[in-house]
Write a protein that binds this ligand. Structure first.
Ligand SMILES: [Zn+2]
Length: 393
């Protein structure tokens, strides 16, 4: 077999097996077929079965045998079937192409029939046009959250996290990462392509709700003893397809359903006590850039707990202070009440009362409740600035 250098890959070619749609072929069947042609084995890099299972064929660093004349500049994937490809298949194809286009950004997606001068009709649909409709689709994390990094590389600094069900607009792709903008607050960062999945576009008519609980388990059945599918935290957004007693059925972006207790997303209003939501995070780990129950920073706690009460605010503490100066009024730090916000350069805390404040912080490495009179001198010293106290209106 001939080697294939990543930089040489200019085309990502979609094929079909052109076998009856009710025939469940696997990669091993294609292997036998292509050995029968006298080839070195399966000619495709991947095969996607009728059930959406994606099986590896040739490694991506070996030239395939799938389009005469362009095997030295292309990768090939084969959909099993002829004309009616299944939803699971098309979903898996989209995930593969998102991964490929993120790793080979110089390559374009084409159907076999468009890849070269041919009278073939493979894959029997306009793959390039279909991909154009998918590439503009919004994305969402596959799991409870997805890290948004400063650079498209492993180990880069954490900018923020996007949560399950939050919508991400794709701006760029590089090195297996997508540059995305989070619809919730406009924050941007690089996310591993494989940690995202297309946001469902079949959600019209279904109710969306926000998770208000600090953390909740999504289970495989409406039963507390059933298997955990994933964990969601405050601020995740779910699409409800059914409601039975205390259990909500939600649609998972990767297909299928999960179940969670309805109390995890009880509605709050701006008049409700957002501080009570923030207080459910006491003891959670401090994590700079974090925005979930696995760990979060000072401004994430402010943003998520205000959001739970229906109040949208920016992501970082500097933007939050500018926003709060407009949305509220500066007050004297001797007149603090529950719900007031305390700002320093690069830090924010939530007043639980005139005496106590709550904040994820690097001093205690956790979300801590402490006396305001003890914390003010320490924070003024650490940040080099006196506190600005703001009451939201
Ligand atoms: Zn083909």
């Amino acid at each position: 077999m001939q080697p294939l250098h990543p930089d040489a890959i200019k085309m990502l070619v979609v094929h079909c097996s052109d076998t009856p749609d009710d025939e469940q072929l696997r990669a091993i069947d294609i292997q036998h077929m292509h050995l029968g042609f006298g080839w070195d084995g399966i000619g495709y890099h991947y095969v996607i079965g009728r059930d959406g299972r994606c099986e590896a064929g040739r490694p991506e660093f070996w030239q395939g045998a799938h389009v005469r004349g362009v095997n030295d500049v292309s990768l090939g994937v084969c959909l099993i079937g002829r004309t009616n490809f299944t939803t699971a298949q098309m979903h898996r194809l989209e995930l593969l192409l998102r991964d490929w286009t993120a790793r080979y950004p110089q390559a374009r997606v084409v159907g076999h029939r468009d890849a070269t001068q041919t009278d073939k009709t493979c894959p029997n649909f306009d793959a390039a046009a279909w991909w154009q409709t998918r590439i503009t689709a919004r994305m969402t994390p596959v799991a409870g959250s997805a890290e948004m990094l400063a650079k498209p590389e492993d180990g880069a600094a954490l900018e923020t996290e996007s949560l399950f069900g939050e919508s991400l607009e794709v701006l760029d792709r590089h090195n297996g990462y997508l540059r995305v903008r989070l619809a919730t607050d406009g924050y941007e960062g690089w996310v591993k392509a494989l940690s995202l999945t297309p946001a469902s576009d079949t959600d019209k008519g279904h109710e969306h709700r926000l998770i208000i609980a600090p953390a909740v388990v999504v289970s495989a059945a409406p039963d507390v003893k059933s298997r955990c599918l994933l964990k969601l935290s405050l601020g995740a957004r779910i699409m409800i397809t059914d409601e039975q007693g205390e259990w909500l059925t939600i649609a998972l972006p990767t297909g299928g359903s999960g179940y969670l207790p309805a109390c995890a997303c009880a509605q709050l209003s701006p008049d409700d006590d957002y501080v009570g939501v923030a207080e459910t995070f006491a003891g959670v780990a401090y994590h700079y850039g974090g925005r979930s129950h696995d760990g979060l920073d000072c401004s994430a706690l402010v943003q998520l707990s205000l959001q739970a009460a229906g109040i949208a605010c920016p992501r970082n503490s500097g933007d939050q202070e500018r926003w709060a100066r407009t949305a509220g009024t500066i007050i004297d730090a001797s007149t603090l009440e529950r719900g007031d916000l305390l700002f320093w350069p690069g830090h924010v805390a939530i007043c639980q009362s005139g005496q106590m404040m709550l904040h994820p912080n690097a001093h205690h490495h956790a979300v801590t409740s402490e006396r305001i009179d003890g914390a003010l001198p320490r924070l003024a010293n650490a940040t080099g600035s006196p506190v600005t106290a703001i009451r939201l209106m």
